[in-house]
Design a protein around this ligand. Structure first.
Ligand code: UT7
Length: 327
């Protein structure tokens, strides 16, 4: 049996930190509301010179170093992102060149919004299990702060930027034990970021009525569905792998809201000390949030070889998914 095993992790956060106190100066909000309703205290915000690909490049280089491989050992690159540098080429293609990879390996992006990393991981896992590739670079990289309206307090306090990922390699030792992916496209109106392409092609006279390209979210409705859906995927993942709650060593959730994460931990009867939390420092970094949390907990020694990790994500689409990983 061939497994995809995590051989190295890496991450990158932009150096600029925006605190809740900073946001109090630009919108009608306050630290107490943001902390109470979301758990977020600060977020990292991309600089003008940086892009999703430049952040991904640094995170990927760190994962490559941690795995002790050479860039040309990589034979697949999958990047989960909703904020690519360009419509095309893909962030993964740009990254391949910047990493100096010359072996013509396939490289592509996956648009799974906040579930993008789990989608990317699942795809790479299938490639490795079938023997099609031996070494894969899988990343989540996002700059959602470039999609927020800084005058809209209901969204601008929530998001942050960053990139992170893993090197997966074929191994006979258990690694990724299983992944579960789902989408329900009926929920587009609850959470979306418009681009103006569709509007311009629909009617060129609409120029003044164009919907600005900012994130739109009906937060309360998304919240309820997120909690219920994540509870379901916990059950589905444990049942499919014939495991019980007590087998999980670490929950590595998507970091959208501390209250959603607490609900997942409660469902798993897992104390919060067994949950990797970054939301307070990073905000919601979309596809980057799970690999960021993973890298931090690997590097600070919390996550140890042999432990069982449950990753879970929920995002626009709605998309949701899980990965059960023997580290
Ligand atoms: O990552 C992808 C998936 N996304 C999520 O999972 C996000 C899910 N949703 C959430 O995390 C929460 O719904 C939010 C954090 C977005 C909002 O928290 P909430 O407890 O659901 O608040 P709410 O939207 O029900 O708003 C409550 C009140 C409103 O005022 P009124 O109408 O009751 O007078 C808002 O206008 O809080 C007000 N409010 C704020 N007040 C201060 C909304 N945003 C702010 C703000 N500062 N930044």
């Amino acid at each position: 049996m061939i497994y995809a095993k995590i051989k190295g992790t890496g991450s990158y956060l932009p150096s600029r930190v925006v605190t809740n106190a900073d946001l109090e100066k630009i919108v009608d909000t306050n630290d107490a509301w943001i902390v109470d309703r979301t758990g977020i205290q600060q977020r990292h915000v991309i600089s003008e010179e940086e892009t999703t690909a430049s952040m991904a490049h640094i995170a990927a280089s760190r994962a490559i170093n941690a795995a002790g491989i050479q860039p040309n050992d990589i034979d697949l690159i999958v990047v989960g992102t909703a904020t690519p540098d360009r419509f095309f080429p893909s962030t993964a293609a740009i990254l391949q060149h910047r990493l100096g990879i010359t072996n013509h390996c396939p490289a592509f992006d996956i648009a799974g919004a906040c579930s993008g990393f789990i989608y990317a991981l699942s795809i790479a896992d299938q490639f490795i299990r079938t023997g099609a590739v031996k070494t894969a670079l899988v990343l989540g990289a996002e700059c959602l702060t470039r999609l927020v309206d800084w005058t809209d307090r209901t969204t601008c306090v929530l998001f942050g930027d960053g990139a992170a990922g893993v090197i997966l390699q074929a191994d006979h030792q258990p690694g990724i034990l299983g992944t579960h992916l789902h989408t329900d496209g009926q929920y587009e109106p609850l959470l979306y970021a418009p681009n103006q392409l569709r509007q311009q092609t629909a009617n060129e006279n609409l120029a003044e009525a164009l919907e600005p390209p900012f994130i739109k979210m009906k937060g309360r409705e998304v919240f309820k569905i997120a909690v219920n859906t994540l509870n379901q995927i916990v059950d589905e993942t444990l049942a499919a792998n014939h495991l019980s709650k007590s087998d999980i060593d670490w929950l590595i959730p998507h970091q959208a809201n501390l209250r959603i994460i607490q609900a997942s931990a409660k469902k798993l009867a897992l104390p919060m000390e067994r949950v990797v939390l970054t939301v307070q420092h990073h905000g919601n970094t979309s596809a980057a949030s799970i690999p960021l949390a993973l890298d931090i907990a690997v590097r600070d020694g919390r996550i140890q070889p042999g432990q069982l990790l449950l990753m879970e994500a929920f995002g626009a689409g709605f998309t949701w998914g899980s990965a059960l990983v023997r580290y």
